[in-house]
Every structure is written in C-alpha cells, then in structure tokens.
Design a protein around this ligand. Structure first.
Ligand code: SAH
Length: 421
C-alpha cells in the first residue's frame, strides 16, 4: 500500500509546494524521524531517552483542509492555480496530491463560472479586474463534509451575486457558507479585514475528538485533521491531568488544545495574541458549554511575566509559532510552580533551543514524539513532555509570628531535637 504513495506530482518543480516530491512516503517519514533524532541528540541528557517513532498520516494524500487558488489569465483563458515558489507567476496545478479534492473542485468550479457570469480577473500590474482569489476550508461535522468558500474580489460591488451563489451551491451541495472578501490592495495577504457573509452562517463546525470547533475565514486551524486529532490526544495524555490541575494553554489560537483538556483539569487559561482567534475561542467555549476555560488576549510572555504571583499554574501547554517562545516566557515558567510542560512545535530547530533553556532551568525532557502533519513537505510537528526535576523556584516564605511565640517554637524544636538524640 505504502509503495503507492510516491508523491510524483508533475507540477512540483514549478509549484514548489511539496519539497519532498518524488520521495516515497515511507522514505519521507524516515527522513523526518532522522532529522528529529539528530536535533535531539544535541540536548544535554539525551542519552536517557530517544524520540519515539514518528506518527504518520494514515492516508497521506489530500489531507490539506485549507486550499487557496489565485485567479489569472493564461493564453487568454481564465485559470486558477498557485503562485510558483518565490514569485507571483501562477502555476495551473491540476490534481494536487495534498489538497482536499472537494475543495479543489470548488475552486475549479468558481473558475469555470467566471466566463458565463462575465467576471473579469484581477490584473496585479494594472490593478484592474474583479475576481482575485478563492479560498476553501473543509470541516467534518456529524460524519459529513462541510465547505466554507471565500471569494476574494478587487471590486466592492459583486455583480449577479445571488445568482452566482445559487449556481455554486447547487453544483456543490457540501458548501455550508460563502463569504465575499473585498481586497483591492497590492499585498501578498490573501484576505483583507473586509468580509461579508453572502450565504450561510459565515463559519463551519469541525468535530475534533469529542468537541466542536468553529472555523471562520481567517482563523488558524490545523490543516491536517487526522494529524491534529493524534497530536491533541497525545498532548492530553502528556499533560497527565487528574482533575485538580490549573493549566495554562499558551499560544492557544481558537482554544483547541486547552478546551480538549478542560474535562480533566480544574481550570484552563488560554493566552492568545490574535484578537479574531480570541473571539473564536470565546465562541468555541460557548459552543461546547465549557465552564472552566477562560481566554486572555495578550502576548504570552507579557501575560506570564506580568502575573506577579496573582495566578499560578501546575501544567503549561504551549504551541508557539515557528519562531518559538521567548527566554523570558521560559524563565517565568522555570521560576513558577509549574510541574509539567507539554511543548507542541511546528519548528524542530526553535523547539530544541527552547528545550535547552528549560533543561538549564531544572526541567528534564521525558518524552518526544514527531508527528507527520504535512506529508509531501519537509515540515514536521513534534510534541515534547518536560518534568521539573530540581526546584529552581525561589521560595519566599513569610512567617507571621509574634516574638514570644517565635521563642516558644524555637525552644520546642530544640527540645524535640534533644529528645531524639
Ligand atoms: N494551539 C492552537 C494554535 C497554535 S498556532 C492550535 O492548535 O490550533 C500559534 C498561535 O500563537 C497562533 O494562533 C498565533 O496567533 C499565536 N501567537 C503568535 N505569537 C504570539 C504571542 N507572542 N503571544 C500569544 N500568542 C501568539
């Protein structure tokens, strides 16, 4: 079966999306596992453990639940493809191996409808034209697939909007919602802040383990559903919760990891910088009727260093962006009551440099598992569990005793000490 996953895409050289193209999946897994092992070997105390076997994606094709197409003209025909690597030239990718096939079909469908609806295509150089990008996101709800479609346009007015929506939904009944996004600017950002829901509720709901999460046009959501479920389950197992712990879910996004831990925790606090992700997290909390999760919109380092003992945590779960966390964040964890850290990372290099700081601060890496969330590409996710070994936390104990009592206690201690001699 595995020998069938050859990743032999004919567009790869031009597109540049899959840099592990033409490498059979089994070999890709070996390469990623070897890279992680090599990096962990640089850690002090490495000899006491080795990263575990990589967790694979069962079916490594068509896993991408977020698919983007950019519209352009080639040989006087409207096409929708991907920007070639490091340029704004559009590659007309057909049958992409990693994109969700229904999402790709919707993008092709929108492209086909452009002609009959007499829609022009945006010309970047002349800054003229209507259709610019199509973005499709995929969710699974109650066992069926639901699609969110964003039509990015460079003109505010959407001609024959209702007709277009009706035609598209009739052709693709999986479409749950359509959003029109007005983005006339010269920018590499696909979406602007100017969105209007033109069909359905404006979001889709994804069943993730036993909870439900809303996915809106712009919020972060793991792009490989199967990989995310495996990763979140492992994060929960690593956290070792008994129902009594106070958990910090740092870099929480829309609250996925932390909310999945709520049932086994006393409380979970999410910290996230992006305002729209925080709004989604509040929505997700209500959607799942969770009482013991709260989310703070802040920079994770500023939040933790600014607590001044107001709040304490037993477990930290952290999932920072590619750049990793900060020495100040790690230092604040080291000088706190936190006993365990679960570190989820999409960049092994920054993971290793952050782990070195934790180790210096008295933590030990207990386990590490690579997870392949991005077949076909060199990217690899990892999850590491750290336990506090030595107590580097500053202890400040204030004894509030009267002088008379102090002498009584002191004398009694001495008497007891004498008696045992
Ligand atoms: N744990 C989430 C999201 C992880 S992606 C999930 O699995 O879905 C990393 C998140 O960190 C993003 O949502 C990003 O907006 C957020 N982020 C980036 N820099 C941050 C900072 N300095 N402080 C807090 N959050 C930050």
């Amino acid at each position: 079966m595995d020998s069938e996953f050859l990743f032999d895409c004919p567009h790869s050289a031009e597109c540049g999306g899959c840099n592990y193209n033409n490498i059979p999946y089994v070999k890709q897994l070996e390469k990623k596992e070897g890279r992680i092992r090599g990096l962990f070997a640089k850690l002090p105390g490495y000899k006491s453990f080795k990263p575990e076997k990589i967790i694979r994606t069962a079916f490594p094709y068509h896993y991408r639940n977020k698919v983007h197409g950019v519209l352009g003209i080639k040989k006087s025909k409207i096409i929708c493809g991907l920007y070639s690597e490091d340029s704004h030239r559009i590659v007309d990718v057909k049958d992409c191996l990693i994109e969700d096939e229904d999402a790709s079909a919707v993008i092709a469908g929108v492209t086909e409808l452009a002609g009959p609806f007499k829609y022009t295509v945006f010309d970047e150089d002349r800054e003229r034209g209507f259709l610019r990008h199509v973005l499709v996101r995929v969710a699974y709800s109650g066992g069926s697939k639901k699609l969110l479609v964003v039509i990015v346009t460079a003109q505010k007015e959407f001609p024959r909007k209702n007709d277009f929506v009706k035609t598209l939904v009739k052709r693709f009944p999986m479409i749950e919602t359509i959003i029109s996004n007005y983005n006339p600017k010269r920018t590499s950002m696909v979406l602007s802040d100017n969105s209007t829901v033109i069909y359905g509720p404006g979001f889709i709901i994804d069943d993730m383990l036993e909870l439900k999460f809303a996915i809106s046009a712009g919020s972060f959501y793991q792009i490989n559903h199967e990989g995310a479920e495996k990763m979140y389950s492992l994060a929960r197992e690593f956290a070792g919760l008994t129902g009594k712990e106070r958990v910090l879910d740092a870099y929480c996004g829309t609250g996925t990891i932390g909310m999945l831990m709520c049932e086994k925790a006393e409380s979970v606090t999410g910290v996230e910088l992006n305002e729209s992700a925080v709004k989604d997290a509040i929505f997700n909390k209500k959607l799942n009727k969770i009482k013991n999760y709260r989310v703070v919109c802040a920079d994770a380092t500023k939040y933790l260093t600014g607590l001044n003992g107001e709040d304490t945590f037993d477990v930290v779960v952290m999932d920072p962006p590619r750049s990793g966390s900060t020495p100040a964040f790690i230092d604040a964890v080291v000088h706190s009551r936190v006993k365990r850290v679960v570190y989820v990372s999409c960049n092994p290099e920054t993971l290793i440099s952050d782990l070195k700081l934790f180790i210096k601060g008295g933590f030990k890496v207990i386990k590490a598992v690579p997870i392949d969330m991005f077949p076909g590409t060199e990217h690899v996710e990892s999850i590491a569990l750290l336990h506090r070994m030595s107590n580097t936390r500053e202890r400040k104990i204030t004894l509030d005793v009267e002088t008379e009592d102090y002498h009584r206690i002191k004398n009694r201690t001495e008497v007891t000490a004498d008696a045992t001699e």
